[in-house]
Design a protein around this ligand. Structure first.
Ligand SMILES: C[S@@+](CC[C@H](N)C(=O)[O-])C[C@H]1O[C@@H](n2cnc3c(N)ncnc32)[C@H](O)[C@@H]1O
Length: 275
């Protein structure tokens, strides 16, 4: 991937001097689709809280376990909203590696995330990337590329990993999620990962709050939520065991996945089924 500081193709309307969530996350994952502004913000975050880098890796490991679980449940369709800039172990690679019939529609509201996904998917008839916003369910569910790939009469897994914290309570995430839920048939799933300060105290809590402030001052507010908040957002879906837990505790493959202090990931994960 080319570095982004002098991109030939980057749309002019994108202000590359301001950090973006997608590109900061890309930098933290070791990717090359980020600018000096993104790297500067990421470095500030890492200075305050070096484990931010572990957290994003834990999230990608959670993604891998979730996709493996869902394909094991017979799910072959994925709507990955807030999919981010393609990285290692993307949903279509994971899912189609397990079952080549899997169909994957990526959705992100950052044009750069979609521009980077398009060449990767050019030769893949069963995957697409769409520029749309979670907060406009009609735009996402009605997008021609989504409708022509995903059969909503069959089970679909909606993934929103590390995305919902960008959606404020004023946008009513539970109502929005309800709109997606209503479009899905029984046997469908939702998967979510979401920052939470629950269980954090002392230095860990102070560091986490400092990270929140840096993000808010340079980019946009980061909305942390409790497990109960997440259950409210996914109302109408039934969480599969182990329910809402810190990322390393969600169906770990080994003791090494869990580590010593899973709660210090400060991110919850949950997968839930539509009955
Ligand atoms: C931290 S990245 C997570 C990427 C990927 N889901 C993962 O977990 O590895 C968050 C992504 O959500 C996207 N995003 C934020 N708000 C969104 C919204 N309202 N609709 C669609 N995408 C959104 C950002 O552009 C970014 O690419």
């Amino acid at each position: 991937m080319p570095m982004l500081d002098r991109p030939r193709w980057a749309p002019k309307r994108i202000d590359l001097t301001r950090p973006s969530g997608a590109r900061v996350y890309d930098y933290l994952l070791g990717g090359g689709c980020n600018t000096a502004a993104d790297r500067e913000l990421a470095k500030q975050l890492l200075e305050v809280m070096p484990q931010v880098r572990d957290t994003v890796r834990l999230n990608r490991n959670f993604l891998r376990r979730v996709v493996t679980y869902l394909v094991g449940q017979g799910v072959t369709q994925f709507l990955d909203i807030g999919s981010g800039i393609p990285s290692v172990g993307n949903v279509h690679q994971l899912a189609q590696g397990l079952d080549p019939k899997c169909r994957v529609a990526y959705v992100d509201n950052d044009p750069i995330a979609i521009a980077y996904a398009e060449p990767l998917l050019r030769d893949n008839d069963l995957a697409t990337a769409v520029l749309a916003d979670f907060r406009s369910p009609e735009q996402v569910l009605g997008a021609p590329a989504v409708r022509s790939l995903i059969d909503f009469d069959q089970p679909v897994a909606v993934l929103t990993l590390l995305m919902m914290h960008f959606v404020p309570d004023s946008a009513d995430p539970a109502r929005l999620m309800g709109r997606y839920r209503d479009a899905l048939v029984s046997g469908s799933y939702v998967a979510l990962s979401h920052p939470s300060f629950t269980g954090a105290e002392g230095e860990l809590l102070a560091d986490a709050q400092a990270v929140g402030e840096i993000v808010q001052n340079t980019m946009e507010p980061l909305h942390v939520r409790t497990a109960d908040d997440l259950l409210r957002i996914i109302a109408g879906f039934e969480p599969v065991p182990p329910g809402v837990v810190h990322l390393p505790l969600w169906r770990p493959d080994s003791a090494a996945d869990v580590g010593c202090h899973p709660e210090s990931s400060l991110v919850y994960g949950v997968v839930a089924a539509k009955p």
